[in-house]
Design a protein around this ligand. Structure first.
Ligand code: SF4
Length: 212
């Protein structure tokens, strides 16, 4: 990797899934392999519901980083002076696996961070990720068939939860799709989890309290 293109880097609390409430630096890479980010392509994408701005490098502390060390320094700066013994960085996107590599994981580990990953699961995962969260999308080929957390945005018409249960994840989450039908989808996810107790409800708690 010659240059890492990063949309934004910021400190927050992880809002979703099994790590909800944990202090983390989010490193959002630019670009995704499932959608260009342009509105005219949205309907053709399996992620027509995507609510993330991952285009360009113009977000908070975003930019082009020439080396793993440069990007690690930016992540460490965002973490600030808090103790490093529970330091945590979440690599997200866009699709972080277009750029995340073992060299970066190594330097971030050396700086004292555990590394989380939020991926759509269509690309190979490098060695060294400490927490793998896969959020599969309908009509894509899933390469990541095991990990810590499967987080399904629900509902997706062509991707019912029961088709994913053979995968080897520790946690299975349904996360109601955000948007005008959030209340309806939340009720449907609650009902599904009650009937299928292997699945747990994931809520985007950061949005309730105004965190990024
Ligand atoms: S994979 Fe994630 S970031 Fe990429 S378009 Fe789909 S929802 Fe958005």
């Amino acid at each position: 990797m010659s240059v890492y293109q990063v949309k934004e880097i910021f400190r927050t609390l992880q809002g979703e899934g099994a790590q909800a409430g944990r202090a983390a630096v989010f490193c959002r890479f630019a670009g995704c392999n499932l959608w260009s980010g342009r509105d005219e392509d949205r309907e053709r994408s399996p992620c027509w519901f995507c609510d993330t701005d991952f285009v360009g490098t113009d977000g908070t502390d975003g930019g082009k980083f020439r080396t793993p060390q440069e990007l690690t320094a930016a992540i460490a700066k965002a973490w600030g002076d808090a103790p490093r013994d529970h330091a945590y960085v979440v690599f997200t996107g866009g699709e972080p696996l277009l750029q995340l590599d073992e060299a970066l994981l190594e330097t971030v580990h050396e700086a004292g961070f555990a590394c989380g990953l939020e991926t759509n699961g269509t690309l190979p995962i490098p060695q060294g990720v400490d927490w793998v969260c896969v959020s599969p999308k309908a009509s894509t080929k899933l390469q990541a068939r095991s990990g810590d957390e499967l987080k399904l945005v629900f509902p997706q018409e062509d991707l019912p939860p029961e088709t994913l249960e053979e995968l080897a994840f520790t946690h299975f989450f349904l996360q109601p799709m955000d948007g005008p039908q959030l209340a309806e989808y939340t009720a449907a996810a609650v009902a599904y989890c009650q009937e299928h107790p292997r699945w747990r409800l994931s809520l985007q708690t950061h949005k309730w309290i105004g965190l990024r």
